[in-house]
Design a protein around this ligand. Structure first.
Ligand code: ATP
Length: 278
């Protein structure tokens, strides 16, 4: 079990009355969300729903009104390095120096643990090796990041996030570019993290993968439409609804899966006021 700076907080992460703007546009509207410790939550919703923005708010990377609490303490009250050791972040299309070796990229995850200008400790090296092995990236450790394919690169960036050994991990589209075996490996990895008491929050487009989480937060048009267990029928209905009934959630091989509905939605009936063509 991972340690917590405050005595068993009710939420690993919680958002209170979050509203976020991009320029004049409101992107998130009055979001209230409490994520229990030791669980994996998927954030799901249509394109543009505000999923990445919400994840960035939870990470303290996006300005907003309202407040976010990490382990019971306001995000803004955490000393920077302590927060960086406690909350790890894997962003979408992350940039990283292409000239760095894979090993050095993963070592960046250890920066919050290192004293200013101090060389990496044996614990840092051990954490980096463990993370690179967990993502099957260890064999490329001397290669430059810029020489890797999209999926290989994603596994190195995942290793960087794992090397932090943070109690809370936030991942935006962690499955991007991963092939099916490595998607399955990611799933197993997250389950191991959660079994060890970590809290994981991931934005996932692939609804079938999102349904393997403990909980799902369903967003649409910047509003939280539903938050509940992935096993609950209410969660399935919320997902089908925000995707305009174009998916059907069904059980197969003991798992909940989302299947595409291939029939097109019925066209709206012509309005009485519509002009009649000659
Ligand atoms: N820099 C920006 N300026 C203006 N609007 C933005 C900016 N970044 C994002 N948006 C808008 O904010 C909304 C939410 O974006 P966000 O990336 O959070 O959505 P998302 O649910 O993660 O989408 P997707 O599934 O397509 O990745 C979108 O309508 C998007 O166009």
């Amino acid at each position: 079990m991972v340690s917590s700076p405050s005595a068993t907080p009710a939420s690993a992460l919680s958002a209170h009355a979050i509203t976020a703007h991009m320029g004049p546009c409101a992107i998130l509207h009055d979001i209230h969300l409490a994520l229990a410790p030791g669980r994996w939550t998927s954030i799901v919703g249509p394109n543009g729903a505000g999923k990445s923005t919400l994840l960035r708010v939870l990470a303290g990377l996006q300005s907003c009104t309202g407040s976010v609490q990490l382990l019971g303490r306001a995000l803004a009250d955490w000393p920077r390095r302590e927060r960086a050791r406690t909350l790890s972040w894997l962003g979408q299309n992350e940039s990283a120096a292409d000239d760095l070796t894979v090993y050095d990229v993963a070592m960046l995850g250890r920066l919050p643990h290192q004293a200013w200008l101090a060389p990496p400790s044996s614990a840092d090296h051990a954490a980096v090796e463990q993370a690179l092995r967990a993502t099957q990236a260890w064999d490329w450790r001397t290669r430059a990041l810029g020489q890797l394919s999209g999926g290989e690169r994603q596994r190195v960036l995942l290793a960087r996030a794992l090397a932090v050994q943070a109690q809370v991990l936030l991942m935006d589209e962690p499955l991007a570019n991963l092939d099916p075996p490595h998607q399955a490996d990611w799933l197993l990895l997250v389950r191991e993290l959660v079994a060890r008491g970590h809290t994981v929050v991931s934005v996932l487009h692939e609804v079938s993968f999102a349904l393997q989480a403990d909980d799902v937060a369903v967003l649409a048009a910047g509003r939280l439409r539903h938050h509940g267990s992935t096993q609950d029928a209410a969660s399935h209905r919320a997902l089908e609804q925000v995707f305009d009934q174009r998916i059907a959630i069904t059980q197969a091989a003991g798992m909940w899966l989302a299947l595409p509905r291939l029939e097109r939605p019925a066209a709206p009936a012509p309005s009485a006021a519509a002009p009649v063509s000659a």
